[in-house]
Write a new protein. Structure first.
Lengths: 484, 250
């Protein structure tokens, strides 16, 4: 007897329960639905912003009005009614400017505790400074004092606008301009909070900086903006996590992240995205339209993106690097898992401008059920980019027979000294693999989880340890009850 | 320990085993020989619980911890936890999963089942190295992905290492000798012999008598057309080697 031909495991659904689906009852300060110049002005006023910010927002709004929503991703969705969304919702504080956590609604503090993100000084996570964003505003940032001693600024962006206007004015929009694309323009007009971080020259940030985004309010969009600057020779590792309650309606999340790395600086930016992805029939879930881009401005600078995308009904996201400084390095490591009716169109752009610039792209897509998972990437070598190098690897894994996986890699080379490597594979979890592991004592779920972790290994090993553990757990949770 | 009674089994709609009976006691080693297509691998897959192989009738009784269960009613992992082990003829590749993690996950799954404390990575590493020494495997091996880029011989050795780690009560070795050169075969057979005790049993499936020079069986069976047509001592293997199967089939 010879072995049977390898067969795929039968119909499956990655349907672990979404355990962050609860919502919190809090008194909120919420704007009525709809977007207008008036709304933009009110948001700016609520934040007490200087004039330059209001002017910038209004400019963005005017541009946005003339722009069209992009529809080139490889899937379609119900039209978004931008007048049916609330653009501001904040839990009410006991005072206007909370000096400490005691002044923040305790329900909000409890919410973050339930999410595993304790904010109080006694319980805060060691080794990780957290900025917690609840709907439209930041509700607390830990470790601020220790970081201040080293000259590191880590605070809500709304606070940075007031306290460090010169830095904000210099860098905000310098990587993703207010009219970059439809969603970036929308974000520029109405962004409400997010994190700001500045690492001074030569400083190596001793803890992981982290922002935890939580959407709570109904029918509200979340538009956060993150700006991270690593000055000459600085190093920072930054983590981002996201969850939202289970709701039947789709909710819009349109964020912008800008990174700036000056000479010799290194930024490591990791995301574990687990927004609510909708139910089994594709009802509800977050529409996640995000613009993330980093500028390697100085010589020998490095920006590394790692993302684990496991949530959202729709993900539209291309964390990119502009490699301007000579010898600068851009990296993109991604795991995108889609199940049920999720749709993902994600990838990266590496734009080589400086000499001897290098980029690495490792993308792992896992799709199951009726989901649609796409890698879309662009590697562009500009005429001045002598001796640029790129390595791209795009692997897809399919579970079941009804899902789709596509890769759309684009390469544009305008300098013939470039070295390019591209690898792509598509595989399935085979019944033989699962049986082999089962015959050694692992359950079907443990077996599938092990195979998937092996598939994602190159990406997971780039995550900070705590996050890698969380990412593995997240995939396991999503995979619970996955096969027959 | 194992009692197979009047077993009929199919794969993809065609019946391969047709009334097979086999009884194995603790401490025994049984060799199963037979021409291609006689049902040797099907038997091993049925014992381990491969989902594509179905039992049409008959039972596979297995006695564990003083009680008798019908193996066919257990999931493959439950069989493994009860001490059933199959050394695969064609071991499967699991890209990206290091051997150390794979073996520790399997070992600890069995520990959990028996309510024994799990082994931490450091202790396990030491434990694993001892087992590897027996099979003359080098250190780099534990960081390699399961069976990925393993030579044929390495894959077979790896199966026996897994057996050494899991210490099964009933081990089925499915053509563990095929693809092995004589030196590798001696090492593998040496490893297997070290695992032989009075409490466990083995079923060794092979085409060739050669392996049985190194792993001495107590009983030799000849399988043909889904049934055991002849059983005897180890001299039966020599007879088959000399005369082929034709004289038995007639």
């Amino acid at each position: 007897m010879t072995d049977m031909p390898q067969k795929t495991i039968p119909e499956s659904s990655l349907t672990g329960e979404y355990k962050y689906g609860f919502s919190t009852d809090v008194d909120t300060d919420t704007l009525p639905k709809g977007l207008s110049e008036e709304v933009v002005r009110i948001i700016s006023q609520k934040k007490g912003e200087p004039d330059f910010m209001l002017g910038w927002r209004l400019n963005a709004y005017q541009h946005w009005l003339r722009m069209a929503e992009p529809h080139w991703p490889n899937f379609s969705y119900e039209p978004i009614d931008y007048q049916d969304i609330r653009y501001y919702s904040a839990p009410k504080k006991r005072t206007d400017t909370p000096k400490s956590l005691d002044e923040v609604d305790q329900e909000v503090v409890k919410t973050f505790e339930r999410l595993g993100i304790p904010l109080s000084e006694q319980k805060r996570l060691a080794g990780v400074a957290v900025d917690a964003v609840f709907d439209s505003v930041s509700v607390g940032t830990t470790h601020q004092k220790e970081l201040e001693k080293m000259g590191i600024i880590f605070c809500p962006i709304s606070e940075a606008v007031l306290k460090h206007p010169q830095l904000v004015q210099k860098y905000l929009g310098s990587v993703v301009s207010y009219n970059d694309n439809f969603f970036a323009a929308l974000n520029s007009a109405v962004f409400t909070d997010g994190s700001f971080c500045y690492i001074p020259p030569g400083v190596r940030c001793p803890v992981e900086l982290s922002t935890y985004f939580r959407i709570n309010a109904k029918e509200t969009g979340q538009f956060e903006r993150t700006l991270l600057i690593a000055d000459k020779g600085a190093y920072v590792s930054y983590l981002e996590g996201c969850t939202a309650p289970i709701r039947d309606e789709n909710q819009l999340h349109a964020a912008v992240v800008e990174l700036v790395a000056l000479e010799g600086a290194e930024i490591k930016y990791s995301t574990v995205q687990n927004w609510y992805a909708g139910d089994k029939d594709g009802r509800g879930g977050i529409f996640n339209f995000v613009t993330k881009r980093g500028k390697c401005l100085g010589r020998n600078s490095k920006i590394s993106w790692t993302q684990v995308e496991a949530g959202s009904a729709i993900t539209w996201k291309y964390p990119s690097c502009l490699l301007i400084g000579d010898n600068s390095v851009g990296e993109f490591y991604s795991v995108a898992l889609t199940n049920n009716h999720m749709k993902a169109d994600t990838g990266t752009k590496m734009i080589h401008i400086g000499k001897n610039t290098r980029s690495t792209i490792v993308s792992k897509g896992i799709s199951s059920d009726y989901s649609n998972n796409n890698y879309r990437g662009l590697v562009r070598i500009m005429p001045g980019a002598e001796n640029a190098r790129n390595f791209s690897q795009c692997d897809s894994m399919l579970i079941g027979n009804n899902c789709k996986a596509n890769t759309f890699p684009s390469i544009e080379i305008k300098n013939n000294t470039a070295t390019m490597e591209h690898e792509a594979t598509t595989s399935r979890i085979s019944a033989e693999q699962v049986f082999y592991l089962q015959s050694r004592g692992l359950t079907k779920e443990e077996a599938i989880s092990l195979v998937i972790n092996g598939f994602c290994k190159e990406v997971f090993k780039t995550l900070p340890l705590e996050f890698a553990v969380e990412a593995v757990k997240l995939l396991e949770m999503k995979l619970e009850g996955s096969v027959g | 320990m194992l009692n197979i009674k009047d077993l009929y089994a199919s794969v993809e709609g065609s019946q391969i085993l047709k009334g097979l009976n086999l009884s194995v006691k603790a401490g025994e080693v049984h060799a199963i020989m037979g021409p291609n297509g006689s049902g040797k691998s099907t038997l091993s897959k049925i014992i381990a619980g491969h989902p594509q192989y179905t039992v049409d009738s008959g039972t596979v009784e297995y006695e564990a911890a003083g009680r008798v269960v019908n193996l066919c009613e257990l999931e493959p992992e439950a069989r493994a936890k009860e001490g059933v082990f199959l050394a695969f003829q064609y071991p499967v590749e699991i890209p990206g999963v290091p051997m150390s993690l794979f073996l520790r996950s399997a070992y600890n799954a069995v520990c959990r089942h028996h309510g024994v404390e799990e082994m931490d990575p450091l202790d396990f590493d030491q434990f694993l190295h001892e087992k590897m020494k027996v099979l003359e495997m080098d250190d780099k091996y534990i960081d390699r992905a399961v069976n990925v880029d393993f030579s044929g011989g390495e894959k077979k050795r790896n199966e026996i290492l897994q057996m050494a780690v899991l210490n099964p009560r009933l081990a089925v070795l499915d053509e563990t000798d095929s693809g092995l050169d004589i030196d590798s075969m001696k090492i593998v057979a040496g490893g297997v012999n070290k695992l032989r005790t009075k409490k466990n049993a083995m079923i060794v499936i092979t085409h060739y008598q050669r392996l049985l020079n190194y792993i001495q069986p107590d009983v030799v069976h000849v399988l043909h057309a889904g049934r055991i047509i002849k059983s005897g001592g180890k001299e039966l293997a020599l007879e088959v080697e000399g005369k082929g199967y034709d004289w038995l089939i007639k």
